[in-house]
Design a protein around this ligand. Sequence first.
Ligand SMILES: NC(=O)C1=CN([C@@H]2O[C@H](COP(=O)(O)OP(=O)(O)OC[C@H]3O[C@@H](n4cnc5c(N)ncnc54)[C@H](OP(=O)(O)O)[C@@H]3O)[C@@H](O)[C@H]2O)C=CC1
Ligand SMILES: O=C1OC[C@@H](O)[C@H](O)[C@H]1O
Length: 413
Amino acid sequence: MMTSLFGFLRRNWQIAVSSPAGPPKTGDALKFGLLGAANIAPMAFLTPAKHHPEVIVQAVAARDKKKATDFAKKHGIPQVFGSYDELLDDPSIDAVYIPLPNGLHFEWAMKALAKGKHVLVEKPAVSNATEAALLFRSPHLKGPNARFILEAFHYRFQPSWLHFMSLIDQPNIAHVKVVMNIAAALIPKDDIRFRYDLAGGAMMDLTYTMSVLRAVYGAEPTECTACEVATMPPPNDLCDYKYRGTWRFPNGGTGEMVASLQSSIREFLSPMMPAIVTHKPVVVADDTLPPGQEKVRTRTVTLHNFTVGALWHRIDVVDEFEIREAGAVVKKWTTTEHRKAYTLREAGIGLPSETYWLSYKHQLDAFVDRIRGRRGTGAWIDPEDSINQARMIDMAYAKAGLPLRPTSKYAAT
Ligand SMILES: NC(=O)C1=CN([C@@H]2O[C@H](COP(=O)(O)OP(=O)(O)OC[C@H]3O[C@@H](n4cnc5c(N)ncnc54)[C@H](OP(=O)(O)O)[C@@H]3O)[C@@H](O)[C@H]2O)C=CC1
Ligand SMILES: O=C1OC[C@@H](O)[C@H](O)[C@H]1O
């Protein structure tokens, strides 16, 4: 108990207050540019970059050069641009991180690919499936000089997620429920998340729930069976601030998503962003049983705090067993196990990692590994995955009776 409390305090101190110095950069480190002095950039990109020997944050661009200059000074970034185009025109930049409002991702990702940059683009990568097909089937992603693009679903790269997934029996999933609540106090009412013209909405911003359902099933939903939303007051009434929806998957299983950008603090903390996977009952081998008896297991696996597991997470594996004979239950019992995986080794992957690495560092590792032709942990989100993700979001908006998020005018150019 004391050991885990000490681990929790040490890890969170290193994450939030003082992370160890980064390693020296290699001679062939990739030069990254940052499009937009975004709020999320320090946590999701600058700190991971500091801890990556092959990543140099070379430049930042903002619409206002003074803002870019102040941001660069604060974060020790050597080069500053007063427009995103100027940064993309710099041939020394190998890759870009795009943390712009959702509705601008498509345009700047397309432009970056055309300028020969690799692209790490925030989630959701596009406004709708039309944009997704254009971006993720871009000719720049093919051929001998292909560039890489990654939609920043950071949660998929962290050890806790990888370990959780290793406990799932995909063909036998019966139901998956995902909850994600963000406290209203954290999101101002005039935030980009509530601007329809910038492809806002809770199903866009908290689209993690749909991504989790797809990843856990390893399949695409066949139908959105229900989707209810609550929308912002005018003029932002095309933007949902909370949603609840259900889905059907090809194996007959169901999915449930519940999320809010305007929750109470109580909802925000409890339950803490769980992904709950209930399996169908399956017969498991047991040599000790007499003839005529069979052992049936119904497993539920819950990952608490699926998004940023480095802060804290817990994986609960609850197995309900029954011994059945001639159709009757002759014995039943339940076992419960709590697991954790703060490092890749704890997730059963033999690669080095640190407990204070956030999901974003694991994501940056995967991005650089792809560019360098290394396998890494194997975790990746390929272009078709991102297209299917956009399709699922469109299905949800259609079911909710809200318009799809608008396609960028840049798509017509
Ligand atoms: N992976 C994660 O955990 C998270 C991901 N995100 C994603 O990152 C993206 C950015 O989110 P966040 O950092 O909170 O956003 P911000 O509110 O900080 O906006 C990001 C940038 O958008 C630029 N921008 C360009 N055009 C506009 C415009 N018309 N109105 C407002 N801003 C504009 C600004 O750039 P400039 O500096 O040039 O003015 C600003 O710095 C979103 O896609 C969001 O979904 C957000 C939070 C967490
Ligand atoms: O992880 C997140 O949590 C809060 C959201 O508003 C944000 O955009 C998202 O990526």
